[in-house]
Design a protein around this ligand. Structure first.
Ligand code: IMP
Ligand code: MG
Length: 227
């Protein structure tokens, strides 16, 4: 059995619960749980679930250095207010801001996107920012530009706060037909229209820790047990 497959992880979690309920494991740390899910010689490797790598870790690292330079030049002599759209942008933003040699403030906004009754994509602010953007040079950072709804929504919200300037940066720009007309000011990579995970991008909150960006194995794209 391949210990890294979700099926094994799930059944082992049940085993863990059974043990716990049986009273044999009264106090249990996260690490204990993890060990039960992925026993000894079967280290979990999220790469096992990837069908095709689209952007290698080394390519991300070198592109981030270039992007950092582009942003440093664009904001030379000014301070920038970086707003990360989380969770997806967490890893990208953490690495990108360490390539910046300009003063910056960091804040996060949490957005959830879903399909409404008419099947149109809508996004909703779950956690607001704390910074007052009035008069600031704002750079919004997201993991991926797909339909354009999220960034169109967030830029509209922030424009109402009267920043001095407002730009956007995405790690990935997906070749799709946008539902709204939107282009980012700074783009890491342009990718084909495929659902990707890794380097912060998730499927059902999984795979964010992958160091590269890839396409999930087809049989893992909609396992009913994950819903
Ligand atoms: P939008 O369609 O441009 O509004 O993108 C909304 C959000 O959907 C992004 O911020 C991502 O979190 C998520 N998303 C879009 N495409 C992908 C993908 O291929 N993989 C993982 N998340 C995605
Ligand atoms: Mg997401």
């Amino acid at each position: 059995m391949v210990a890294s497959s979700p099926a094994v992880a799930r059944s082992s979690t049940s085993a863990f619960k059974a043990l716990n309920q049986g009273g044999r494991l009264e106090i249990c740390s996260w690490q204990d749980n993890y060990l039960l899910m992925y026993p000894e010689d079967h280290a979990y490797n999220p790469l096992d679930d990837i069908d095709q790598i689209l952007v290698e870790e080394a390519a991300i690292k070198s592109r981030l250095k270039e992007l950092g330079q582009e942003i440093n030049q664009a904001y030379e002599g000014r301070e920038v207010a970086v707003i990360a759209i989380i969770n997806g942008a967490i890893i990208f933003v953490a690495d990108l801001i360490r390539e910046l040699n300009i003063p910056l403030q960091l804040d996060c906004i949490r957005i959830s996107s879903y399909r409404d009754d008419t099947n149109a994509q809508t996004s909703e602010v779950i956690d607001k920012i704390r910074l007052d953007l009035k008069g600031l040079d704002v750079l919004i950072i997201d993991d991926i530009l797909d339909s354009g709804n999220t960034l169109a929504h967030v830029t509209k919200l922030f424009r109402a706060m009267e920043p001095a300037s407002l730009k956007t940066c995405v790690l990935l720009d997906k070749k799709t037909t946008r539902s709204v007309d939107f282009e980012a000011d700074f783009v890491g990579f342009r990718i084909p229209d495929q659902f990707v995970v890794g380097y912060g991008l998730d499927f059902a909150e999984r795979y964010r820790q992958l160091p590269c960006i890839g396409v999930l194995r087809p049989e893992l794209q909609n396992p009913p047990e994950w819903s």
